[in-house]
Design a protein around this ligand. Sequence first.
Ligand code: GRG
Length: 282
Amino acid sequence: MNVKIEKINERLQELVATSQSGSIKDAVLYSLLAPGKRLRPLLFLTLLESYGLASDDYLDIACAIEMIHTYSLIHDDLPGMDNDSLRRGRPTCHIQFDEASAILAGDALLNLSISTLLTCDMDALLKVEVATRLFESSGINGMIFGQQQDIYFENKQANLEELNTIHLNKTGALISVCLEMAALIADPKQALSMRKIGYDLGLAFQIQDDILDVIGDQDLLGKVVGSDETNQKSTYVTLLGLEESQKKVNELFNQCVEDTKKLLRHPDTLLELFDKILKRVS
Ligand code: GRG
């Protein structure tokens, strides 16, 4: 396994270890340590390394990001939202435990993410800046807004602009802030440019997700395919078809590559990660 992923997983386990024992801790560990790809923390840590910083020094921030992502997946899978039964190759949290435990496990992860960030070892002002952007992006003006729009458009036809708003907020905001936070730490002048690259990457990632929901392999993806159709969701594939959707992914990817090369002296590792993310089958 990738060394960075191993370190993220070990640190996640340590950060939860001191929590009160009981079913919520069990549910948190069940979802958090399930085999996720850790793409968001990897983007953050990889960009820090591209800037020449030691990524190990920022592992707690990477874990805070993953905690937010995992809480969003647990809540998204609930019967009141997407009502999914499979996630990361396992029964979803509310199926394995129960709905109350899944709601509380998501809440606990959000809290744990905040305390992890606030207690990490970093200059206090920079920490406030990084935390502000992380929680703005995952909050009501970012991921949560996207989720609300996503639910609003269930059983309704969204046009391309509306779909972009959903995708950019629901998925793009958290992906984007991973790059933005690394730039804020290492080279603040590049933070806005990195945010833009992150949004393009996030949109491409979500379009790829729309494609995989139609042509993907359920066993590899570890989640139920065809869930967009079941939930009557507008997607890039329903609006533009498979071929045009793939074209859009490629266009966005090329844009990300071009923009990144303009900013970084050593872009190769980050570009390899972009490539891996957008060619993913799982
Ligand atoms: C419930 C507040 C709240 C928000 C939910 C992000 C989100 C908003 C819901 C997740 C549902 C979903 C399928 C979103 C699209 C983004 C996406 C493909 C997430 C899965 O990310 P991966 O593939 O998952 O990185 P792993 O399991 O590898 O971490």
